[in-house]
Design a protein around this ligand. Structure first.
Ligand code: GGG
Length: 355
C-alpha cells in the first residue's frame, strides 16, 4: 500500500523546515521500503497570496484526500491588516475544523543532550517527558458571538468561551487513554474558580474518572499549573486542557526542553485524519536565512509515522537519529548555548544521514 502525505509548508520558516523532514522521508522511502508519495498544497499567507483565501478549495481537497498532513507554520506581519477570515491563522483554524482535528497532542520531552539549553536547572528537568493534550476545535478560538463593535459609543471586542459536554468528553477520553499508556497520571487544567465553563469541564472529567480506575486524576487552575510547570515539571504525566490554555502552557513547556524549535505535535480527529506540525510559528524574522531549527518538524514526521501510518518502528528510527545528531554536538542557533551552530539544511542532512 502506498501512503499519501500532503505537504503544507505554509509561511516564513515553514517551507524550510518541512523540506528537511522531506529529506528524512526520502531516506525512509529509499532505504527502509516505506511506500509513500507526497503532494504539495498552499495554506495560510501563501494560499492567500495565490488564491485570496488562506484555506482554498484546492487545499481542502488535498487535505481531505491523504493519509496525513505534514504542516510547517503560518503567519507573517504582512497579513496583519487583513480581515480576520483572510488572515493566515484563519486558514489553519478552518482546516482543523474542516477535518475535525479536535485532539492536539503536544509532547514536551527533554533530550538529555539539551539539559543545559533548558530554562531550568538540569536536575529539575532531567528525564522530563510530559504530554499536553490540548482541545483544538472548540473553546474561545471558535466560540460565537465574537467581534469588535461599538457599544454605548465605546469600541468593544468580545469572544465567547464555550464547551459542550460532548466536546469535553471526547478530549478527556483521548487524555485518559494516553495516561493509561503512559504513567497513569492525568492533570486536568482549568479555571473553575472563576469560569462556569471550567466547572463543567471539571465535573465532566470527574464523572469519567470511574471508567479509568488505573488513572490518578488531579485538577489544577491554569495559573497554578503555569507556576508548577516551572517549579517542578516532572510532577506531570498527561495534562488535558482547553484550546487557549493548551496553546499557552505548551509554549511554556517548550522552554523546559531547550527551545520551541524542539516541540512536535499531532492533531488527530474524526475520520482518521491526522495533521502534524511543529508547535512553533512562522518566525518571519529568520525566514529564508537557514537559521531555523528543523527538529520539531522532523519529530512531527515521527509522530505522523506512528499515529497515521502505524509505523512506530520508523518513528523510533527518526527519533533515534535526532538523538544521535544532538549527541554528535550539532546545534541550530536556538539550542546552541554558545557552541558551534549549524544551519537548517545541514541539520536536516545530518538527521537524514543518521538514519
Ligand atoms: N506550526 C504552528 C503555527 O503555525 N502556529 C501559528 C498559529 O497561529 N497557530 C494558532 C494556534 O495554534 O492556535
Amino acid at each position: 500500500m502506498t501512503f499519501k502525505i500532503t505537504l503544507m509548508g505554509g509561511d516564513g520558516i515553514g517551507p524550510e523546515v518541512v523540506a528537511q523532514a522531506v529529506k528524512v522521508l526520502d531516506v525512509l522511502r529509499t532505504r527502509h521500503g516505506l511506500e509513500v508519495e507526497t503532494q504539495d498544497a498552499l495554506v495560510g499567507g501563501a494560499a492567500y497570496d495565490a488564491y485570496g483565501d488562506p484555506y482554498p478549495a484546492q487545499t481542502q481537497a488535498l487535505a481531505r484526500d491523504c493519509d496525513a498532513i505534514l504542516f510547517g507554520a503560518i503567519g507573517g506581519p504582512q497579513y496583519d491588516d487583513l480581515p480576520r477570515d483572510k488572515r493566515p491563522e484563519s486558514g489553519l483554524l478552518a482546516m482543523r475544523a474542516d477535518l475535525g482535528l479536535y485532539a492536539n497532542l503536544r509532547p514536551a520531552i527533554l533530550f538529555e543532550e539539551l539539559a543545559s539549553a533548558s530554562s531550568l536547572k538540569p536536575d529539575i528537568v532531567a528525564g522530563l517527558d510530559i504530554l499536553i493534550v490540548r482541545e483544538l476545535t472548540g473553546g474561545i478560538y471558535f466560540g460565537k458571538p465574537r467581534g469588535i463593535e461599538e457599544r454605548n459609543g465605546i469600541k468593544t471586542g468580545f469572544n465567547t468561551l464555550v464547551y459542550g459536554e460532548d466536546e469535553i468528553r471526547r478530549i478527556a477520553k483521548t487524555a485518559f487513554e494516553a495516561a493509561q499508556r503512559r504513567n497513569g497520571r492525568l492533570c486536568s487544567v482549568d479555571k473553575a474558580n472563576v469560569l462556569d465553563v471550567s466547572q463543567l469541564w471539571r465535573d465532566t472529567v470527574n464523572a469519567m474518572a470511574a471508567d479509568y480506575p488505573d488513572v490518578e486524576v488531579s485538577h489544577m487552575y491554569v495559573d497554578n499549573a503555569s507556576m508548577q510547570l516551572v517549579r517542578d515539571p516532572k510532577q506531570f504525566d498527561v495534562i488535558v486542557t482547553g484550546n487557549l490554555f493548551g496553546d499557552i502552557l505548551s509554549d511554556l513547556a517548550a522552554m523546559l526542553t531547550g527551545s520551541i524549535g524542539m516541540l512536535p505535535s499531532a492533531s488527530l480527529g474524526e475520520g482518521g485524519h491526522g495533521m502534524y506540525e511543529p508547535v512553533h510559528g512562522s518566525a518571519p524574522d529568520i525566514a529564508g536565512q537557514d537559521k531555523a531549527n528543523p527538529l520539531a518538524t522532523i519529530l512531527s514526521l515521527a509522530m505522523l509515522l506512528r499515529h497515521s501510518l502505524n509505523r512506530g518502528d520508523l518513528a523510533e528510527l527518526v527519533e533515534s537519529a535526532v538523538a544521535k545528531v544532538l549527541a554528535q554536538g550539532l546545534r541550530t542557533g536556538d539550542i546552541a548555548a554558545g557552541g558551534d551552530v549549524v544551519g537548517t539544511a545541514a541539520m536536516g542532512d545530518a538527521v537524514a544521514a543518521a538514519i
